[in-house]
Design a protein around this ligand. Sequence first.
Ligand code: DAH
Length: 335
Amino acid sequence: MEEEIKNIKLSFDKDLKNTKDVESLEGVRIRYLGRKGLVSGLLGRLSSLDEKTRPRIGKELNLLKTYVQNEFQNRKKILSVSEPGRERVDVTMPGILPQLGHLHPITKTLSEINEIFVSLGFTVAEGPEIETEFYNFEALNIPLEHPSRDAFDTFYIKGNVLLRSHTSTVQIRVMEKTQPPIQSIMPGRVYRPDAVDASHSFMFHQVEGLMVDKLIRFSDLKGTLDLFIKRIFGEKTKTRFRPSFFPFTEPSAEVDISCIICQGRGCRVCSHGGWLEILGAGMVNPRVFEAVGYSPGKFTGFAFGMGVERIAMLKYGIDDIRLFFDNDIRFLKQF
Ligand code: DAH
């Protein structure tokens, strides 16, 4: 029987090594440890041995049994870990933190602009991005021969339908619907077929402003914009109004801020002039009031329009507008 014990051990080792999965392992268990298995068979024959050899063989058989049991358990562990399709969760592993997103720098700048004007009593209005020539040009007193009406300056969709080239369109929509007093800002996307470079994008964001009532003066415009600029760029920022021209305002102005990089001393960013142009503004042209059906001479108002990307670029020191739209997480993560 000693020979048999040795052979069973050898064949068990071989069979165990050949098991590839938990199922074939179960076959091996039945073959050796089952009730009619090889190990049990030997144990059953123990009683037929004479009293002299029985203790020795019995001991060896018990050793074989524990050996087979232990090896079987070890193999089971190995096979069940590598078993495909079966998920094993190690609850002691450190967790993986989900990446938290945050607002896009343009969205952030937009809400900052909104907040400042809302705190001054302005409401927020929106209008469609697909517009007609009437809202984009005619109602805003932009004559047919004006270059911005050219197909090279505007995305036309079909006939007189186009992608709005400015948010001034929303001024008209707001005034058509409401009688003064009006005090609104109008944020949104605008489109121009410009070649894309560091300072141009075919799509960008603007915030339009409009205040209309019986006695709105240029000084109201100056006070409002000066306060806005100090809030968004810092209390030390100076404001400068330069005479300019827009068909929908009269008089019109371009508004500059003292360079926030060099505080007006002159640097590369402000082309050594000390000032940065930031927005257009003016007193609403009576022709615009006429277009929306307000009684002539009854109201005065101011309007302004600013580029959100330009403000964000100055605020955060970004030198290329394309960075906003590349979706490069390394850029976006910084804000
Ligand atoms: N709509 C002008 C533009 O896109 C910006 C602008 C200038 C808006 C003066 C205004 C304004 O309301 O009064 O260039």
